[in-house]
Design a protein around this ligand. Structure first.
Ligand code: IVH
Length: 697
């Protein structure tokens, strides 16, 4: 049936034949949709798939009586993303830290002042922009011509949505350079969104066609943007607000406010409500104004973004892990709703933490249907006295996991019982213990616990770890249930050990299996920091994994030093805890992981199967402090400690928290204490602030 050429023209079919063919085609398409969208494992090419759909469309055009609400031709935008090609972002697309109240905003501005060591009379002007609840995109222009659009993706790599973005009428295809000078390369970033009015219209149309309706304008915008068929995107009236830039070949402006003005001059839509505040108070007053007027806007916003206006300050402030230090999102108050809590179940996480989850009577909160909410931990359940059968108030703030806020005691059923938190793991029955000072109870089953095992495997292949295309959570679960994978290394043996078994699985096939094996081969080379992160060690997230990669440089270097650091009195342990950011508690978890036989076997095994790339220090040109270890002590005059650290690191130095024989320089500020003394004892070079500044130029 996929071979269009061999079948009769639709005009020659009798209604009966047409109806039979329609039914067979609809089934066939449904099978491929499932393989493609749900299993991430297409079995036919895009062209073959399109041919099937075209045939179905022509059948329906010739025999309109065949059109049914559930026909594949009527289903658009409901399915998850088709495969767009990947685009790396030359400048990462960052996310924003959150402020939930005025005090958080005040602290943000104070933090900026501290970092920049500003004099008390120096004003910090802040641009305030509504936070648009849409999807961020990056739009690339070369010599004023629109050449490419990409989604944010994981911030480092997005997806090519150029064709879809071309259909946005608000997007300039060429920028008029006569008005303002344009850099040759200019990436403009902004938010694609849908107005409430368009959202209503589209949902009416979807409903009429018997297709899935969207829960909120953001989902509708997402579904419309990621259409394979750009003509569908075109029919969905998406809009844009531009507010930032990515890669640029020349300076864009001196202040963010001027940049917004330039954007308008170049023909981009910018948000008309943006304002320049001279003080924190002005910014907060503006926030209140916007929140009060929020419902009257024709698009959804979920807070306000504050951005330091001076771009030279933005540059100095830089970013910490994935969020800039020069901007913050101030969220609007969370939306609340009342519903019944049916049961409390316990989820076991990757590192064994038992998390209580409230299973709720489904309810819509802020446009999203919520059926589960977190109860955090056993103390929280006890404090709020949450019981099964209770009516509870839940809240959902932006993208944060919904939470149970309180119980409506008047509605508590008679003879309800206080919840008793298990002291054994519900998955493997091992003892679950609570360490002193910890709120979490943890299963002691380690890798005996199937839940922990599964969660670790899921983490191993997740987006910021190995990120294996086509190997989703569902596959990991199914493969481990069927015994194809037991340890992370087994994933990389799927091709050698189970190629036929996978190809013969339900919904797979040779082609999908080969695609998976190709993806695995491609990912068998990985950077050291990603590798360490992928191991899922308690307290070792992306930031700490990077610190370790930077400190130890290579897989073997790291392992040797971890073994040596098992001796808590030795130098290796001191080196580990001297890493600025790695405290004794992280060190404990890390060393415990590295000492366990089972983990050592996994590391050996992975070491044989994979190429773990040495940490690549950023190219710092001819920096005089590249590779040196520096310790700052005492208070510096011209720079804050934080900025001094960032600068040193950007020039290739490692900044340590404590002095050891491996320290190259100790920079001594006013009122320095024991570290300066220790430097003198160990014969480490000490520098004054001026000498340091002279050294780094
Ligand atoms: S600036 C480096 N401005 O919020 C800062 N973001 O939570 C980049 N967003 O990923 C973001 N309105 O998708 C900025 N006026 C605005 C925004 C905005 C919405 C989104 C954006 C970002 C997310 C972070």
């Amino acid at each position: 049936m996929s071979d269009e050429g061999a079948i009769s023209p639709v005009e020659e079919l009798t209604p009966l034949e047409a109806s039979a063919e329609w039914a067979a085609l609809a089934d066939e398409i449904a099978v491929h949709d499932k393989a493609y969208y749900q299993k991430d494992a297409p079995e036919i090419s895009d062209a073959q798939y399109d041919a099937l759909r075209r045939r179905l469309q022509s059948l329906e055009a010739a025999f309109p009586a065949l059109v049914r609400a559930d026909s594949p031709t009527q289903r658009v935008g409901a399915a998850p993303a088709p495969a767009f090609s990947k685009v790396p972002h030359a400048v990462p697309m960052l996310s924003l830290g959150n402020a939930f109240d005025d005090a958080d905003v005040d602290e943000f501005v104070k933090g900026v002042r501290r970092f920049l060591k500003l004099a008390p009379d120096e004003a910090v002007k802040i641009v305030c922009e509504p936070k648009i609840d849409g999807l961020s995109v990056s739009l690339r222009y070369e010599k004023g011509k629109f050449v490419m659009a990409a989604t944010r993706g994981d911030g480092t790599t997005g997806e090519d949505i150029t064709e879809n973005l071309k259909t946005l009428s608000e997007l300039p295809m060429t920028i008029d350079g006569a008005r303002q000078e344009i850099p040759d390369v200019l990436e403009v970033r902004g938010e694609v969104y849908m107005t409430r009015a368009d959202f209503e219209k589209i949902n009416q149309a979807q409903e009429k066609a018997g297709a899935k309706v969207f829960a909120n304008p953001r989902n509708a915008a997402a579904g419309s943007l990621r259409q394979k068929d750009a003509s569908v995107t075109a029919s969905r009236s998406l809009r844009l607000f531009a507010y930032a830039w990515g890669e640029v070949s020349g300076p864009v402006a001196e202040t963010h406010w001027d940049f917004l003005t330039k954007l308008r001059g170049w023909g981009f839509p910018t948000n008309p409500l943006a304002r320049l505040a001279r003080t924190t108070e002005e910014g907060l007053a503006f926030y209140n104004e916007i929140e009060a007027g929020r419902a009257a806007l024709d698009y959804e916003i979920d807070g306000m973004v504050y951005k330091v206006n001076r771009l030279d300050w933005q540059q100095r402030l830089g970013a910490v892990s994935r969020a800039p230090r020069w901007a913050i999102a101030h969220k609007f108050a969370a939306e609340k709703a009342e519903t019944v809590l049916n049961t409390i179940t316990i989820q076991v996480g990757r590192t064994g933490t038992l998390t209580p989850v409230a299973n709720l009577e489904p309810i819509t909160v802020g446009g999203v249907v919520v059926s589960r909410a977190t109860l955090h931990n056993e103390d929280e359940i006890a404090r709020k006295d949450v019981r099964e059968g209770d009516t509870v108030i839940i809240q959902r703030a932006g993208d944060v996991i919904p939470q149970v806020v309180s119980v409506v005691l008047e509605k508590r059923p008679k003879n309800s019982k206080a919840f008793s938190f298990p002291d054994h793991c519900p998955e493997c029955a091992s003892l679950a213990v609570r360490d002193e000072g910890e709120v979490a109870r943890r299963c002691t089953g380690g890798l005996v616990c199937p839940a922990q095992k599964l969660e670790r495997l899921k983490h191993f292949v997740s987006r910021n770890a190995f990120d294996i295309e086509g190997l989703g959570v569902k596959h990991i679960k199914a493969f481990s249930e069927d015994g194809l994978i037991k340890t992370p290394a087994d994933i990389f043996r799927l091709e050698s050990d189970h190629a036929d078994a996978i190809a013969n699985r339900d919904g797979w096939g040779r082609q999908s299996a080969d695609n998976l094996f190709a993806a695995l081969r491609q990912r068998s080379t990985i950077s050291l920091d990603r590798f360490i992160y992928a191991l899922g060690i308690h307290q070792v997230g992306q930031a700490n994994a990077r610190l370790l990669a930077k400190q130890y440089g290579s897989m073997s270097g790291w392992r040797i030093q971890m073994d040596a650091a098992q001796d808590r009195d030795g130098d290796a342990f001191a080196d580990l805890t001297n890493i600025d950011g790695i405290g004794p508690s992280v060190a404990d978890d890390l060393l415990a992981f590295c000492a366990e036989d089972h983990n050592r076997d996994v590391l050996d095994d992975l070491g044989n199967l994979l190429t773990v790339e040495d940490f690549e220090a950023p190219d710092v040109g001819s920096s005089p402090i590249a590779g040196k270890t520096v310790v700052f002590t005492g208070s510096l005059e011209t720079l804050s400690r934080a900025e001094a650290k960032v600068r040193a690191e950007s020039l290739g130095a490692k900044v340590a928290g404590g002095v050891s024989k491996k320290t190259d320089y100790v920079v001594v500020g006013a009122d320095a204490g024991s570290k300066a003394k220790k430097a003198a004892e160990l014969g480490v070079a000490t520098l004054s602030e001026d000498e340091w500044l002279a050294l780094i130029g």
